[in-house]
Design a protein around this ligand. Structure first.
Ligand code: AMP
Length: 183
């Protein structure tokens, strides 16, 4: 299964992604994890990305599209994957569509985790990652609303969007995710 997992920062995507990739045997492709690893390794891409990440802004589309294009060629992606944190803009979604059309491997679903904004801010503020100062959190939520939310309509038009309520226990949310993916 090839799926996109979409949701605002703080929605609990990471936790659910871990369980979903185990259950459905998909590679877990988290662009945030990839960029943090590149930053920590001080690669050229990592150092460039850090300038954006530290402000809560998105890194430029061409940087992230290159990373994903290379990643999708790896053997562990051939039996399916869950994209976590990508695409985040319409341009990224279009680039992904072009890549997948060329490979003849269409997406199966786009899973959206829905969490109200006041709850997101509360969760993010208590998480305490280095890029989680209140100002950076606010900026990441703004980036989501302005640049990523338009993807919901994009995938709804393509009949791929499946939205689930992201409030509740980890188990409850996981069951909802499995239910819509099994349909
Ligand atoms: P995440 O862990 O997915 O919230 O990503 C952390 C940060 O990495 C984001 O705030 C962005 O700066 C950057 N990032 C991750 N994925 C993308 C993407 N698909 N496009 C642009 N920037 C990204």
């Amino acid at each position: 299964m090839r799926i996109i997992f979409i949701g605002p920062p703080g929605a609990g995507k990471g936790t659910q992604a871990e369980r979903l990739v185990q259950t459905y045997r998909m590679a877990h492709l988290s662009t945030g994890d990839m960029l943090r690893a590149a930053r920590d390794a001080k690669t050229e891409v990592g150092l460039k990305a850090e300038q954006y990440m530290s402000k809560g802004a998105l890194v430029p589309d061409e940087v992230i599209v290159d990373i994903i294009a290379q990643r999708l060629e790896q053997p562990d992606c051939q039996d399916g994957y869950l994209l976590d944190g990508f695409p985040r803009t319409i341009a990224q979604a279009e680039a992904l569509d072009a890549m997948l059309a060329k490979k003849g491997t269409p997406l199966d679903a786009v899973l959206e985790l829905q969490v109200p904004e006041d709850e997101l801010f509360r969760r993010l503020a208590s998480r305490g990652r280095a890029d989680d100062s209140p100002q950076v959190i606010r900026q990441r939520l703004v980036a989501y609303r302005q640049q990523t939310e338009p993807l919901l309509a994009y995938y709804r038009q393509r009949s791929l969007l499946k939205s689930i309520d992201g409030l509740g226990t980890v188990d409850e949310i996981f069951r909802r995710a499995c239910q819509v993916l099994n349909q």
